[in-house]
Design a protein around this ligand. Structure first.
Ligand code: FEO
Length: 406
């Protein structure tokens, strides 16, 4: 059965939802699924903006057949060639052999790298600022290299004010009948998954996202819709999401708050982390959250680091180093370029306690990470006599949170 949604008078969502995939990119859990978005413009020429993952190919083809009503597809614009958007292309080329493919030079290089037989088809290589007309509708191409692949571009339909933004402004989560952000409670139900998507998929490329935002600002008066390749389409309150992107891409926290992430083998580090959380809340830092790195997927931990201003990392010593899952969290923070956070360290061990020094070293390799001088070393178990040390730590963190700008 076809399943399409109208975006504007001439543009339709023709993608698919996926609830079967458990790990996006075979690494990030997606308990609420994901959507692969593609959009069809029906003008004098029919134009498909991007295609979708192989798993949704049949659905997309059915959607296209329904809307094209026996006519051929004339143009395929490829904004992004990653396989979750490019994999159905070979099938499209077989079904619509006269389709003209429009993409950047790098995208064409990638199509050949992926083994797509494009050279018998009509192609048009486009660059920054090029325009193309399909009848009533004219589009302008806006290159967006490294958001988050090098071939990426966005396409602005200047006629309807629709920005096809590739992965930018996307989210985890299947649409399931919804399409527009104003059809859901975005803050309550979608923001955390949009943040987790941004932080883990695009987070490393903050400067490149800033460059795209700058280009978008130049045409912002023209943008009435933002159509990403995953998740919801924006047609109202665009600034709300643009402002989130401005913060995330500048590595600025959204909120003053504390995330305590602990690695505990027998519950003693956990117990100290819980006691610290209580002391922070008592001091008015109610925006405090606590995560066990052993049972929280690192993509959720990373997402929270993009939200709050302060982190507490509490790790037991393991193999004379940092507990592996905390080590993995730190490696991901560094890989995703996290910056500009205030961090407090807690370490534990029964002998040769090393976790604190190793975590500090990792943080020193990141940019603008402010590690508070106050730290806490636990020897196996935090005894009642050392409560004053925990109070000192809580005081220092609370003072820093109050002083923070976020
Ligand atoms: Fe959704 Fe970069 O692919």
């Amino acid at each position: 059965m076809h399943y399409v949604r109208k975006v504007t008078e001439d543009i339709y969502w023709v993608g698919a939802n996926d609830h079967r995939l458990s790990l996006f990119e075979n690494i990030h859990p997606i308990p609420r699924g994901v959507s692969y978005n593609a959009y069809l413009l029906l003008d004098e020429q029919s134009v498909l903006f991007d295609n979708i993952d192989w798993t949704g190919c049949r659905q997309m083809l059915e959607n296209l057949e329904f809307l094209l009503q026996g006519k051929p597809l004339d143009v395929l614009v490829v904004n992004h060639m990653e396989p979750d958007h490019g994999a159905s292309m070979e099938e499209l080329l077989l079904r619509y052999p006269k389709v003209k493919i429009v993409a950047t030079k790098k995208a064409f290089d990638m199509m050949r790298q992926f083994g797509f037989d494009i050279d018998g088809h009509e192609t048009a290589e486009v660059s920054e600022g090029d325009t193309m007309s399909f009848g009533k509708h004219t589009v302008q191409f806006i290159t967006a290299p490294m958001v988050h692949w090098p071939e990426v571009m966005a396409t602005l339909d200047v006629t309807d004010g629709v920005l096809f933004s590739a992965d930018a402004f996307g989210s985890f989560g299947a649409l399931d009948g919804k399409l527009f952000a104003d059809e859901v409670d975005f803050e309550r139900d979608w923001l955390s998954e949009a943040r987790r998507y941004y932080a883990n998929i695009v987070g490393k490329y903050g400067p490149q996202v800033q460059a795209l935002l700058k280009k978008a600002a130049a045409v912002t008066g023209q943008i009435k819709y933002i159509c990403p390749l995953h998740g919801l389409v924006w047609r109202t309150n665009l600034d709300d999401f643009l402002n989130k992107y401005a913060l995330w891409s500048a590595y600025q926290p959204e909120e003053k708050g504390v995330m305590i992430a602990y690695a505990s083998m027998y519950g003693n580090t956990e117990s100290a982390a819980q006691a610290l959380a209580g002391k922070l809340v008592e001091r008015g830092v109610t925006n405090t959250v606590l995560y066990d790195v052993s049972n929280t997927h690192v993509s959720y931990l990373i997402s929270e680091t993009f939200r709050v201003s302060h982190l507490v990392l509490a790790s037991v010593t393991y193999n004379l180093g940092v507990y592996p899952l905390m080590h993995n969290f730190l490696a991901d923070m560094q890989a995703l370029n996290l910056q500009n956070r205030t961090v407090t360290l807690m370490e534990n061990g029964t002998w040769a306690i090393k976790a604190g020094d190793k975590m500090r070293k990792s943080l020193e390799e990141m940019k603008q990470m402010n590690v508070l001088a106050e730290t806490l070393t636990i020897t196996s178990h935090l005894s009642r006599e050392r409560e004053a040390d925990l109070d000192r730590l809580a005081d220092a963190i609370a003072r820093s949170v109050v002083a923070a700008e976020a």
